[in-house]
Design a protein around this ligand. Structure first.
Ligand SMILES: [Zn+2]
Length: 383
């Protein structure tokens, strides 16, 4: 049996999640604590920090804002402009950029900022996609690395010390208390919580014909470079109330585009719109840990009182962990062919990463599949 949080729908199998003696998960407890935060004081603290980094003479940018072009990036940029900062926006393009993702990147530039857009060699990147999917069950590993490393590289090159990150995912989604209280992002944070799943960048050297020369932007800058540029970062979510739906509404009011309906496998139409591979990424989370993106979104809504746990559970039963036949309108066969993989090969990798303790099997030990081809969980709620 899988045990679930008594307040939200996270299973105990989620990495870095702890339960208290009432059966409430750490992600729920963090949000409850955040209601106690003095946000006026936090905002004043942010103003003081920004003031230290402002170039009143216009000689350089005041901060770097790492941006995917998504709703949160829009929020970060809008807030920095409101607070009188002159940001350099840095976009590290996703592994398989969608049309709507491209339009939102362009919309964000139109807010009135300079933007550096960096695209890693797509031939190398697709080989890494396939290697990471096959060897650690995460197609999106190159993206998880470069959304952190590329803005730091650019900040160092432009001598802009302050990097304005968005939310601390360990705070929003739960995790060890020390990391959740950390408001800066460091090499250690990246290695521990950045979702690298034990695959280090140096491990890629020699795989699939990849050499160090292909991994320059994937590699975290040297400590002495960071010290010379005095690079530091903060999580904006520590200083301003952070809420995905709020950020989406603010972004939409400034031209950000959402999907007409829920994104496949999710319960929202305003996030994860920029990468056709994300459906595969989220599906593997379901296979490994028994929950997908629909659960993540449902939980955010439960914690903020927008959905009851019961209604959310019914929605999750309909949408979570569905086989990603289509993502953002693109068939999976097309996404897989770009990384040199057939549907049959993909399904074999899926079965290999399916956690047999979480899913039903028949008398012969074969996984019981739902009509869409995804495995059926042993239990999707506490008894
Ligand atoms: Zn919970």
């Amino acid at each position: 049996m899988i045990r679930y949080c008594s307040r939200c729908l996270f299973p105990e199998t989620k990495p870095d999640l702890a339960f208290d003696d009432r059966g409430v998960c750490s992600a729920c407890n963090y949000l409850a604590q955040r209601k106690e935060v003095d946000w006026d004081a936090r905002r004043a603290e942010l103003e003081r920090i920004l003031e230290r980094y402002r170039h009143r003479d216009g000689s350089n940018y005041d901060c770097v804002v790492p941006s995917s072009g998504g709703k949160d990036s829009h929020f970060q940029v809008i807030k920095m402009l409101e607070m009188g900062m002159n940001p350099l926006v840095v976009t590290s393009t996703t592994c398989a950029l969608s049309g709507i993702g491209r339009r939102n990147i362009e919309n964000l530039k139109g807010l009135g900022v300079d933007c550096v857009e960096v695209t890693m060699n797509p031939r190398v990147r697709r080989r890494i996609n396939r290697f990471a999917l096959t060897n650690i069950g995460d197609i999106s590993w190159p993206e998880h690395v470069t959304i952190f490393t590329v803005p730091i590289h650019i900040a160092v090159k432009f001598n802009v010390p302050l990097i304005i990150w968005g939310e601390n995912s360990q705070n929003e989604y739960g995790g060890p208390a020390a990391a959740a209280e950390n408001n800066a992002l460091s090499r250690r944070w990246l290695e521990e919580f950045g979702g690298l799943l034990g695959l280090r960048v140096t491990d890629m050297i020699g795989q699939e014909g990849i050499g160090a020369r292909d991994l320059i932007l994937y590699t975290y800058p040297e400590d002495q470079e960071l010290q010379r540029a005095r690079t530091t970062g903060l999580f904006l979510g520590h200083y301003l109330p952070w809420d995905g739906l709020q950020n989406a509404m603010i972004a939409q009011s400034r031209g950000f585009e959402s999907m007409p309906g829920f994104v496949e496998g999710s319960l929202a139409n305003y996030e994860n719109l920029d990468n056709h591979q994300t459906g595969i990424h989220d599906y593997f989370k379901y296979l490994k840990y028994g929950f997908g993106r629909a659960t993540d979104i449902a939980n955010l809504f439960i914690r903020r009182g927008r959905l009851t746990r019961g209604d959310a559970l019914e929605m999750v039963r309909l949408h979570d962990g569905r086989f990603p036949w289509i993502y953002l309108g693109k068939p999976i066969e097309a996404t897989l062919s770009e990384i040199g993989m057939t549907l049959e090969q993909f399904q074999a990798v899926c079965d290999r990463y399916t956690n047999k303790k979480l899913f039903q099997a028949d008398a012969k030990g074969r996984l019981v599949k739902r009509p869409d081809g995804s495995p059926r969980k042993i239990n999707d709620d506490n008894p």
